[in-house]
Design a protein around this ligand. Structure first.
Ligand SMILES: CC(C)(COP(=O)(O)OP(=O)(O)OC[C@H]1O[C@@H](n2cnc3c(N)ncnc32)[C@H](O)[C@@H]1OP(=O)(O)O)[C@@H](O)C(=O)NCCC(=O)NCCS
Length: 181
């Protein structure tokens, strides 16, 4: 007898400023509206496109709904996906560490949303995924993201000199990490 595949229930976090939930088909228009912003793009990897088109949104939602369930979350405000936060587990000897990445639509900045989301997802990495360490590498100019990580209990570990190229500039990245207590 064929055993049906076990359905994994999506994890959700209901926070005071937002809900972290799974990506869904139908999120595409809101995703394009908030992701298609140079002020977001300048702070994230080049795999995040600019301009951000409906076909980019479709590809992202296809990926997020088929892989990495409970590792990649939509940041939902009032029912709309207005940002993303996710964990990328390391491999081999780095497998108990994960990189955290996040972005938020500009109209929602400075309301404490990212700080709350980073705290929740880091707690999930430790308690559910069994991670020992969560880290982020922040571009040298991104003081807002450094502040988010500090507020979420991360410690500045050092600077990776000239370790990235963004917008045709060779820049430093500042590494922040939090380890499981
Ligand atoms: C970084 C980002 C996620 C922050 O989200 P957010 O919800 O606005 O963050 P919070 O409101 O939780 O905290 C922001 C903090 O930065 C501070 N801040 C904002 N602009 C700042 C600046 N130019 N210089 C210093 N601090 C700044 C805010 O005052 C706040 O700190 P406070 O609570 O001590 O006052 C958001 O700006 C974003 O999506 N940026 C583009 C993508 C990005 O940078 N992703 C992270 C890549 S590492």
């Amino acid at each position: 007898m064929r055993v049906p595949p076990k359905r994994i229930e999506p994890v959700r976090f209901t926070l005071s400023t937002c809900v972290l939930r799974e990506w869904r088909r139908g999120d595409e228009p809101s995703l394009v509206r908030h992701a298609n912003n140079r002020n977001v793009w300048i702070n994230v990897r080049d795999s995040f496109p600019f301009p951000y088109t409906p076909s980019d949104a479709k590809a992202w939602i296809r990926l997020a709904t088929t892989t990495g369930l409970n590792e990649v979350f939509a940041i939902d405000v009032d029912g709309f996906a207005v940002g993303a936060i996710g964990l990328k587990p390391g491999e081999d000897v780095h497998r108990l560490g994960a990189e955290i990445g996040y972005w938020l639509g500009e109209e929602f900045w400075n309301r404490g949303i990212a700080t709350e989301a980073v705290k929740a997802v880091t707690g999930h990495a430790f308690a559910v995924m069994g991670m020992a360490r969560v880290h982020a590498a922040v571009f040298e100019w991104n003081t807002s993201s450094m502040r988010v990580l500090e507020k979420a209990g991360f410690v500045k570990e050092g600077v990776l000199a000239k370790s990235a190229i963004k917008d045709r500039k060779i820049i430093d990245q500042v590494v922040y990490a939090r380890v499981r207590e």
